[in-house]
Design a protein around this ligand. Structure first.
Ligand SMILES: [Fe+2]
Ligand SMILES: [Fe+2]
Length: 155
C-alpha cells in the first residue's frame, strides 16, 4: 500500500537512484550493440550487471528510501516491512561485493576496448560504472547496514 500523506512513506526506490541505474542500463545496452570487442566485452558486463542491479533494487535502494524518514522520526504503514531488507542484505552483502569485483574487472575490459576503438561515450560509461560501484561500497551499502541497526533499535 502506498500512502500519499506527507508524514508517511512507502518502501520505494529514491528517484535519483532509480534514474542512475536506468541510465547505466541504457548506456550499457548501447555499448553492447557496438561491433567488435567493445560490444563483446560490454555483453560480459551486462551478464553480471543485470541480476546484480535487480538485487539492489529489491534489497538496497528501498532501504535508502526510508533513511530520511527514519532520521526524522516519521512513520509509514510500510515501515514494519523494512527491517527484513537490511537483514537479507547482510547475508548477501559479501556476494554482492564480489559481484562488484567482477563488474569492475569486466568494465576495465570494456574501457580498454573502447580506447582502442576510440569510442569516448563508451569510455565515459565504463568510468561511470566503476564510480557507481565504488559509491555503493563506500556509502550506499554501509548506509543500508546502519539503517538496519537503527531499525532494530527502534522496534
Ligand atoms: Fe547499483
Ligand atoms: Fe552494485
Amino acid at each position: 500500500m502506498i500512502c500519499s500523506c506527507k508524514n508517511c512513506i512507502a518502501l520505494g526506490i529514491p528517484e535519483i537512484m532509480r534514474e542512475e541505474h536506468e541510465e547505466l542500463h541504457y548506456e550499457l545496452r548501447k555499448a553492447t550493440k557496438v561491433l567488435g570487442s567493445v560490444g563483446k566485452t560490454a555483453k560480459r558486463v551486462a551478464e553480471i550487471l543485470h541480476p546484480h542491479f535487480e538485487r539492489e533494487n529489491e534489497l538496497v535502494m528501498p532501504v535508502i528510501g526510508i533513511a530520511r524518514e527514519l532520521a526524522e522520526d516519521r512513520s509509514s504503514p510500510d515501515f514494519p516491512r523494512a527491517p527484513e531488507l537490511p537483514e537479507k542484505f547482510k547475508t548477501e552483502c559479501e556476494k554482492m561485493l564480489h559481484e562488484h569485483e567482477e563488474i569492475v574487472e569486466a568494465q576495465a575490459e570494456v574501457e580498454k576496448a573502447a580506447k582502442r576503438a576510440k569510442k569516448p561515450a563508451v569510455i565515459a560509461f565504463a568510468r561511470k560504472l566503476k564510480m557507481h560501484a565504488k559509491t555503493e561500497e563506500d556509502l550506499t551499502y554501509p548506509t543500508v547496514l546502519m539503517v538496519g541497526k537503527l531499525l532494530k533499535q527502534s522496534t
